[in-house]
Design a protein around this ligand. Structure first.
Ligand code: PEP
Ligand code: MN
Length: 263
């Protein structure tokens, strides 16, 4: 069902009036994790002033260590919704438990399936059987074929509103957090009819590479970018090393705008 052979024209995913997969590129930005109303609101204001309308932020954080911050859970979803409503924005957030999907739908606009859950088939079936758009991230060690099959799990339940997200894969290379598989973008766009984003934060894990990675992603015709922004990254409860602060985010956006790659 996700194959380009079944449907030659591009799928455009509508998020409450915002289209992903059209000529105009989509930038989704926001903190790694929701920490407080004030923190999310500071980011929302910065996003708005750059003309962005889709904000990310994790409330259920699937952390590698059980001793790391696990997120605020439903409290975090309520914060996202309150900030989004106040500033007329949409929210993307990760859900990790199939049993949380139904309740989460009251608060969010796009359900994110994280890399660690790309092959959580019960979760894929659950998000496939409801109507909200799903942002599906590539698994840490998933092949492109496995990634496409994960999307197929969602679509075969009836939900065709899927956005794919390349977020880097695990290789022997240690210079970056993961290895951004940049040619996955044109392969996914050739093999499927779905929009494809690139998460420059989790793929590179390096602030100095966010802008070049974003330019490469847009030049190779990704439909957009995901990037993490925090008002004070040094005190962030997760991913402190790789989130942009607000002036850095403004510089990132202005550089992309002047590169003309966002058109
Ligand atoms: C995230 O986007 O918050 C995240 C945890 O990313 P990933 O699932 O790609 O590691
Ligand atoms: Mn993160």
């Amino acid at each position: 069902l996700v194959s380009r052979k079944k449907k030659p024209e591009n799928t455009v995913v509508q998020i409450d009036g915002e289209a992903i997969g059209r000529e105009k590129k989509t930038i989704i930005a926001g903190p790694c994790a929701v920490e407080s109303f004030e923190q999310v609101e500071a980011v929302a204001i910065a996003l708005k002033s750059q003309g962005l309308s889709i904000m990310r932020g994790g409330a259920f954080k699937p952390r590698t260590s059980p001793y790391d911050f696990q997120g605020l859970g439903f409290e975090g979803l309520k914060i996202l919704r309150a900030v989004a409503d106040k500033h007329d924005m949409k929210v993307v957030t990760e859900i990790v438990n199939p049993a949380h999907v139904e309740e989460a739908l009251n608060y969010i606009d796009v359900i994110q399936i994280g890399a660690r859950n790309m092959q959580n088939f019960e979760l894929l079936k659950e998000v496939g059987s409801q109507k909200k758009p799903v942002l599906l991230k590539r698994g840490l060690s998933a092949t492109i074929q496995e990634f496409i099959y994960a999307a197929e799990y969602i679509m075969s339940q009836g939900n065709g509103n899927i956005i794919l997200c390349e977020r880097g894969i695990r290789t022997y290379e240690k210079a970056t957090r993961n290895t951004l598989d940049i040619t996955a973008v044109p392969i996914l766009k050739k093999e499927t009819h779905l929009p494809v984003l690139v998460d420059v934060t989790h793929s590179t894990g390096r602030k100095d590479l966010l802008l070049p990675a974003a330019k490469a992603a847009l030049a190779i015709e990704a439909d957009g970018i995901m990037v993490e922004v925090h008002p004070d990254p040094a005190v962030a409860l997760s991913d402190a090393m790789q989130q942009l602060n607000i002036p850095e985010f403004e510089h990132f956006m202005n550089s992309l705008k002047s590169s003309r790659l966002l058109a």
